[in-house]
Design a protein around this ligand. Structure first.
Ligand SMILES: Nc1ncnc2c1ncn2[C@@H]1O[C@H](COP(=O)(O)OP(=O)(O)OP(=O)(O)O)[C@@H](O)[C@H]1O
Ligand SMILES: [Mg+2]
Length: 361
């Protein structure tokens, strides 16, 4: 093979690599730096960089300068090591290798690296899930322990109320105790419901039926008054493999929130459609959108609305959306929210469906 083609090929190969590549000569001058390396390091591409000293090129990343500088000193070079870049917070995984010629003379060193930030984030999510599971277990235990004494308080206050039927002053106090105990009990039940691991009763489920029933349930909880509920859910949508009752709860919770946000005015729109979700047309999602033209969610709280116990309502428990997310996750679906103060709020749920005839290849 002619030498020029050779060089060209190797140059193209390094440029196209999906790893960051940074190679230096024995004197520390940069010989090669590819596009991915520029991207990961957050440096601007500059044709004049080869020929500069690496410590100058990497002056914003002193931690990486140290790694490169060690190349000619260490007897065992790091392989698959990790480093958090102080300047950007990015985590990189790297391998450092000496470049030797055929007579084993060291000509330079090469750093191959990858951005591991996304991997790190996935691990963080995993850790968070474990933590939530542990927290859930504790909450379940406490809730369980509190349930019995609460029931006793309610029963005994009821007995006392009957025994003191002639004491009007005591009657009011006892009614208060009973009501508060009832409220505490409702919260305990909700917590228990939330922390219980979900077990899906999966069946062929038609979303149009789910929406129909959810509207009835939501209206029972929040009076609709002058709110328009406008539904377009085609009856011939493919069915999904899902838990009918849990999906009803998802739509009911979202509708309750919308009705509460609207306060008896405005409109809720419910739309559903199929959307192919992979390039080979083998899988599809049903996308369900629930929009309201209410006050919207202020930007600074959108990150927290799915957190358990986050609420802006005086009587809210803040579990509505946490439960929604949990059920959607259990169906391997996704949920997204788009909201801007003044223009309203749209929740979009994507649930996987199988496309008959396209699967089973
Ligand atoms: N459609 C919406 N429009 C405006 N704000 C919303 C909407 N949906 C949710 N929110 C905001 O998100 C918060 C959390 O909602 P979530 O359903 O989890 O709890 P909640 O409605 O406050 O209480 P709960 O549902 O337990 O009775 C709400 O308090 C509200 O601030
Ligand atoms: Mg709610």
């Amino acid at each position: 093979m002619a030498k020029s083609i050779d060089n060209r090929f190797f140059r193209d190969m390094v440029a196209s690599m999906r790893n960051g590549v940074l190679a230096i000569a024995r004197d520390g001058t940069v010989v090669v730096i590819n596009a991915e390396a520029y991207r990961i390091l957050g440096l601007r591409t500059d044709a004049g960089d080869p020929g500069r000293h690496f410590s100058d090129l990497l002056r914003d990343h002193p931690d990486l300068v140290r790694v490169m500088a060690s190349a000619f000193e260490l007897s065992t070079l790091p392989n698959r090591a990790e480093l958090r870049l102080k300047t950007s917070g990015k985590v990189i995984g790297y391998t450092l290798a000496l470049i030797s010629d055929e007579r084993a003379r060291v000509r330079g060193a090469a750093l191959l690296f990858k951005d591991l930030t996304l991997v790190e984030q996935a691990e963080e999510r995993e850790r968070l899930r474990d933590r939530l599971a542990a927290l859930g277990e504790m909450a379940a235990t406490i809730a369980h322990e509190v349930k019995n004494p609460l029931a006793s308080i309610e029963v005994m206050a009821g007995l006392l109320r009957r025994q003191m039927a002639d004491r009007a002053d005591v009657q009011g106090l006892l009614s208060d105790i009973i009501n508060e105990a009832k409220m505490a009990n409702a919260i305990v039940l909700e917590v228990l419901e939330f922390v219980r691991p979900i077990r899906l009763q999966v069946d062929r489920t038609a979303l149009s039926k789910v929406v129909e029933d959810a509207i009835v349930m939501a209206e029972r909880k929040v009076p609709r008054r002058n709110t328009l509920i406008d539904v377009v859910v085609p009856r011939d949508l493919p069915t999904i493999q899902g838990d009918y009752h849990q999906l009803c709860q998802v739509v009911t919770n979202l509708l309750i929130n919308a009705l509460e946000a609207l306060g008896g005015r405005g409109a809720v729109r419910i739309r559903a459609a199929t959307r192919l979700s992979d390039e080979q047309d083998r899988a599809a999602d049903i996308e369900l959108r629930i929009s309201d033209d209410g006050p919207g969610i202020p930007g600074e709280i959108t990150d927290r609305i799915f957190n358990p116990f986050f609420t802006t309502k005086p009587q809210g428990s803040g579990l509505g959306l946490a439960i929604v997310r949990k059920i959607v996750d259990a169906h391997e679906g996704r949920i997204d929210v788009l909201s801007a103060p003044g223009t309203g709020t749209t929740f979009t749920i994507a649930l996987p469906v199988e496309v008959p005839g396209r699967l089973g290849f």
